[in-house]
Design a protein around this ligand. Structure first.
Ligand SMILES: [Zn+2]
Length: 148
């Protein structure tokens, strides 16, 4: 049995899911005032403009808060697992926090996105402690680009 998955063809979220397939976390950014929007929404919460472009988030965020799920609430997701709110690029995103013992989770710790291909169409984003030796191919390419 597979876990519940998002609809990668959803009208509003399709560009986000296309980004995760490439190892990129994309959010909307207002074309009028540049405020990032997450979750996806039809108008800017700051200036109420509709226009937006998709914008890649930085590859480092900060753990704002977290919880550890100890009770099974989704049949296909066996506990325990950590879920965090990550501040990144002016938005807060919710995601699993992986590769870190629960007793080492700290508010303010630096995290990086990690990408978990679940099906050919769906790649989920989770967050792991930032560590330069474990960047994704996309992050390596971007770092190399920034060094030029
Ligand atoms: Zn705006």
């Amino acid at each position: 049995m597979t876990r519940p998955l998002p609809d990668p063809g959803h009208e509003l979220f399709a560009p986000f899911w296309a980004g995760t397939l490439e190892g990129r976390v994309l959010v909307q950014r207002c074309d009028t005032c540049a405020t990032p929007r997450w979750p996806v929404r039809p108008i800017c919460p700051q200036c109420h403009a509709e226009g937006f472009s998709w914008h890649e988030l930085p590859d480092r965020g900060v753990l704002h808060t977290w919880t550890v799920v100890w009770h099974r609430t989704i049949e296909e997701l066996p506990p325990p697992y950590a879920v965090g709110i990550v501040e990144v690029g002016g938005v807060r995103v919710v995601g699993g926090v992986v590769d870190c013992p629960f007793d080492q989770l700290r508010v303010g710790m630096r995290l990086r996105p990690v990408f978990q291909a679940v099906t050919p169409e769906v790649t989920l984003v989770q967050w792991a402690p930032a560590s330069p030796g474990r960047a994704t191919e996309h992050q390596k390419a971007r770092a190399a680009e920034e060094e030029k």
